[in-house]
Design a protein around this ligand. Structure first.
Ligand SMILES: [Zn+2]
Length: 154
């Protein structure tokens, strides 16, 4: 059991987007600017073009994931780890789990922690982590066992 298995729940960026679209719009795209449902899907960009106000938008507008260059998969895993840990996860550990730099991990941690104070965002993050929770719990438990075992070996 390894954390990479958690990625299998959301295997691609597209999968993450589909999940967000289902949660936020119930599958029917809605323009965040003019609230119109009339849109054209832009396959290449994975975004929607609004036929009401002529702008393009993605499902991440207004969420904690908006305007970040990090893959959604990493955000989803981060949310799962932060919500799944009873105590605050150490930044060093989060960086290691996500395979990002420590600064990036701090940024992610701060952003998700803040978002958890907003009820709509918290709901979304909980829905994401809900699907991965069994795997996360296993991964965290096994990590603890390995650590303990290594300490004992010394
Ligand atoms: Zn619009």
């Amino acid at each position: 059991m390894h954390l990479t298995e958690v990625y299998q729940i959301y295997p691609t960026e597209r999968e993450c987007i589909i999940f967000l679209e289902k949660m936020r719009w119930d599958g029917l795209p809605r323009c965040p600017y003019c609230k119109s449902h009339r849109s054209t899907f832009l396959t290449k960009e994975g975004r929607h073009h609004c036929n009401g106000c002529n702008v393009s938008y993605s499902v991440t507008v207004g969420t904690v994931f908006h305007r970040t260059h990090l893959p959604l998969q990493k955000w989803f895993l981060a949310a799962s780890l932060i919500i799944g840990n009873e105590q605050d996860i150490p930044i060093r550990q989060l960086a290691c789990d996500l395979q990002v730099a420590k600064n990036t991990a701090s940024y992610i941690f701060a952003r998700i922690s803040r978002a958890l104070y907003r009820s709509d965002q918290r709901q979304l993050l909980q829905d994401i982590s809900c699907r991965t929770s069994d795997l996360i719990v296993l991964a965290i438990e096994q990590r603890t066992e390995t650590t303990t075992w290594q300490t004992w070996q010394r």
